[in-house]
Every structure is written in C-alpha cells, then in structure tokens.
Design a protein around this ligand. Structure first.
Ligand code: NAI
Ligand code: MG
Length: 351
C-alpha cells in the first residue's frame, strides 16, 4: 500500500518541524508495512517575495491528485499576514472543501500545563471548528476612507448547508467518543447569526437523540475549559469561536508546540490537509529549537485519515513515551534538546 503525500513546509519553523514529522512518518511506514511517496512544494512567503504569489496559479490543481497534504506554517515578517493566509491556506481549505477543522487536545506526559495536576482522562477533548465560512469572510470594506466618518464593515456568512454539516459532523464524532457535544454560541450578543446556529444545532440534535447536546456561550465555555475541562468532550464552534477555543485548549494542555490539527474534507472527494496549530514562530525560526511534537501529531492524524490507524496510534504512544521519559525535551518544555533531537528520539522509539 502506498500513499501520495504533498508536503508544504512553508515558512519559519514550519520547515524545521515538517522535516521531523516526515522522519517519524517514514519510520512508521517502514515498521507497519506501507510506503509514503512524498512530493515537496516550496510555496511560502519566500516564494511570494520572489514571484509575487504564495503559490502558482494552478496550485490547487497540482495538489488535487494527492491523498493528503502535510503543511508546515505560512507567514513571515515582511509579508502581511492576510496575504500569506489568503494566498495559500484559505484558498486550499475552500477549494478542497475542508470544512471541518479538527483539533484534538490531550494532556501529554511531562508537560507543564496551566492545569498541571489534572489527569489525561480529565483533559481530553476535541474542537470541531467550522472551516469554510462564518466570520472569516471577505465581504465588507472600508468606506469614507480618511474622513472623520470613516467606517469599516466586516460581514459574516452562515449558510444552512455550512452550519448543518459541521454540526452533524460533531454529533457523529460524539457518538464515537463520550456521547456528549457542546456548541459554542453567543446568541445573546450576535442576534442574527448565532440564534440561527442554535436553531440548527437543536434540529440536528433532535435527529441524534442518543447524543447529549448542550450549548454554552463562548465566553463561559472558555472559562469552563480552564476550570472544569472534564465537563467537555466534543466542542463544535464557528470559524472564529473554534479558532480561539482551540488555541486556549492547546495552551492549557501543554502549549502550542504540542497541538495538531486537520483540515478535513469528510467526503474524501478532495485531499485533506494536516498541520500544527502553531504558526511560523519568527521569534525562534532558524534556531533549531522548535518543538516538533505538534507537527508529528498532525502527521499521526494524517495517517489516521488514510486508514493507517495502527501506525498513527504507535506514533502517539512513542511521543508519550519520549515525553514521559523527560530526557529529550525542547526548551518550551523545559529541556535543552533541539528540534532534530526530539524528532529523532520519537522515530527511534517507534522503530
Ligand atoms: P506562532 O504560533 O507562530 O507563535 C506564537 C508563540 O508560540 C511564539 O512565541 C512561538 O515562539 C511559540 N511557538 C509556536 N510554535 C512553537 C513550537 N513548535 N515550539 C516552540 N515554541 C513555539 O504565532 P504568531 O507569532 O502569532 O504568528 C507567527 C506567524 O505565523 C504569523 O505570520 C502568522 O500569520 C503565522 N501563522 C500561521 C499559521 C498557519 O500557517 N496555519 C497559524 C498561526 C499563525
Ligand atoms: Mg489559531
């Protein structure tokens, strides 16, 4: 069995951590009897500086034949963040209908969490973030520029199809886990979009009577995530709410260096794309000290998605083993190891 994977390391530490993830995935493939055929793409802010575009015009077409995509991170000082985001990440997510952004969260051994003292059981959840519409819309604009009555409009888009499919995905995921789903809302403040979201959540809930459904205002949910994370399992949220909650969830479970994510096209019609939650971290780029765990775990999600679930689980166990031993840790985890050192330790454990 062979899988074709497109690798886009991108910018900054995206490059360093993607090398390590590939190393670990190749070790898993060798051990579990399948092969990975990699092709690398240099699409990045560096490319933008040279050519004026983050990716070629037919970028989407070039990727469409792959089984999955492993993305590092894009963004670097000198190129505005909205250029790197809207020039690569968002077009890929939208063209490939990766309407689910899946962010599993687990308390990993040996981490200095804000919630240290809790057990891994209490702190295991998954954020299902809407990834194709909502608050991240290009509709709006700046008016009366430069005048005292200058103003901007930033519109949100919530479609029935878009809201229904992400909520249905969360209910179905909940069925395979604890049977409990929490919707992040804010229908007291956003009086059009969020009541609509709530209405559809209730409709889908009625079709899943075996799943315990609950809704919670996003601000209260943020507090609950810190104070009573054991009361949360699957969280479903809009593009903006899901984005914020998943960074929070990452922070309370060991930091951005440990948090993976997947941009999933559930129908399988298009490739799904896996990446660490973190960005290109220009403050530590080029120093060889970035934590590769998030990207390695993103690689495990990629293998899960391709049906290589045994190999994926072996990667997670190897990460746990290395972290629990506490000998090879990057500086963000209180150690002195390099990116390569930690990646190699995980690959060796796997072999
Ligand atoms: P960031 O996630 O790159 O960094 C935030 C902080 O966390 C920094 O202090 C960084 O050193 C630290 N950090 C992040 N990942 C780490 C790791 N693996 N190991 C150790 N420390 C780590 O977020 P920031 O600084 O807001 O954004 C930097 C650039 O990345 C921007 O251009 C932004 O647009 C881009 N970005 C790209 C994303 C993507 O490609 N999906 C996601 C988030 C940001
Ligand atoms: Mg984010």
């Amino acid at each position: 069995m062979s899988h074709r994977i497109a690798s886009i390391p991108g910018d900054g530490i995206g490059v360093d951590v993607t090398v390590e993830a590939r190393k670990v995935l190749d070790a898993a493939a060798a051990r579990y009897g399948f092969s990975l055929e990699w092709e690398e793409f240099d699409w990045s802010c560096e490319r933008y500086a040279e050519t004026g575009a983050m990716m070629p015009e037919d970028g989407v077409e070039q990727l469409s034949g792959f089984d999955a995509i492993l993305l590092g991170a894009v963004g670097f000082p000198g190129v505005p963040d909205h250029v790197s985001l809207w020039g690569l990440l968002i077009p890929l997510r939208r063209a490939f209908q990766q309407y689910v952004n899946l962010r599993p969260v687990r308390l990993l051994p040996g981490t200095t969490s804000a919630l240290a003292g809790r057990t891994a059981d209490e702190l295991e959840m998954v954020i299902v973030r809407e990834n194709s519409e909502g608050e991240y819309s290009a509709i709006g604009g700046r008016h009366n520029a430069g005048r005292p009555d200058e103003f901007v409009l930033q519109e949100s888009v919530f479609t029935r199809v878009g809201v229904e499919r992400i909520i249905r995905y969360a209910f179905e995921l909940a069925r395979t886990r604890s049977g409990h789903v929490t919707s992040a809302t804010k229908s007291n403040g956003l009086i059009h979009s969020m009541p609509y979201w709530d209405e559809i959540f209730a409709e889908v809930g009625a079709r899943h009577p075996d799943v315990r459904a609950e809704q919670c205002h996003v601000d209260a949910l943020a507090a609950r995530m810190v104070q009573a994370p054991d009361r949360i399992d699957v969280v479903v949220g809009s593009n903006l709410f899901g984005d914020i909650l998943s960074d929070l969830a990452a922070a309370v479970t060991g930091g951005l260096g440990m948090a993976p994510s997947g941009n999933v096209n559930p129908s399988g019609e298009f490739p799904s794309m896996f990446e660490a939650v973190h960005g290109s971290a220009p403050d530590i780029a080029g120093q060889g000290i970035a934590n590769p765990v998030a990207q390695i775990l993103a690689g495990a999600m990629l293998l899960d998605h391709l049906g290589e679930t045994v190999a994926a689980q072996a990667i997670r166990s190897s990460v746990d083993e290395v972290l629990a031993a506490g000998k090879v840790l990057t500086p963000d985890l209180g150690g002195t190891s390099t990116t390569t050192g930690l990646g190699t330790a995980v690959a060796e454990t796997l072999r």
